[in-house]
Design a protein around this ligand. Structure first.
Ligand code: SF4
Ligand code: SF4
Length: 141
């Protein structure tokens, strides 16, 4: 997939930091540098961070997950807590779940917000899609 440049021109939610989280460097496949899904990028540092930070590609430079951008997502959505990361591309909301977290996204409070977002996006012709290991599901709106 091509991660969206969500970070460009968008305000970040004050007080939220990536810290030791590296989920966006682990869960997505990134075609730009042949990174498969659900495997750490070869530039990931133990404990978080990137050993190629200054020279990281634009895909990485521009990207922030939705938790860093959307103040309506509560603390339970912090990727280190939820074990999933969200990002939006137009009317599509994508959820990438740590494979070891299984179907956690189907539990409250996560499924409640995902269904709410699915209903909203459906009205715009969009949808919510969840990737959890080998499983792919579209959330009913
Ligand atoms: S998934 Fe979100 S919180 Fe985690 S490192 Fe990426 S942008 Fe930061
Ligand atoms: S190059 Fe750096 S920022 Fe980009 S995915 Fe790899 S570790 Fe993450």
């Amino acid at each position: 997939m091509a991660l969206p440049g969500e970070g460009q021109g968008l305000a970040l939610v004050p007080g939220r930091e990536c810290g030791s989280c590296s989920l966006c460097c682990i869960l997505p496949d990134i075609a730009e540098f042949d990174k498969p899904a659900n495997q750490p990028c070869r530039h990931c540092l133990p404990g978080g961070g990137c050993d190629a930070y200054a020279a990281r590609p634009a895909t990485c430079r521009d990207f922030y997950c939705l938790w860093r951008i959307d103040p309506t997502l509560g603390p339970e959505w912090e990727p280190r807590v939820s074990r999933m990361m969200l990002y939006a591309q137009g009317a599509q909301l994508t959820v990438l779940v740590e494979p070891a977290a299984g179907a956690k996204w189907r539990d409250a409070p996560y499924i409640d917000l995902l269904e709410e977002r699915a209903r909203t996006l459906k009205a715009e012709g969009g949808y919510v899609v969840v990737y959890a290991g080998e499983d792919v599901a579209v959330v009913k709106g």
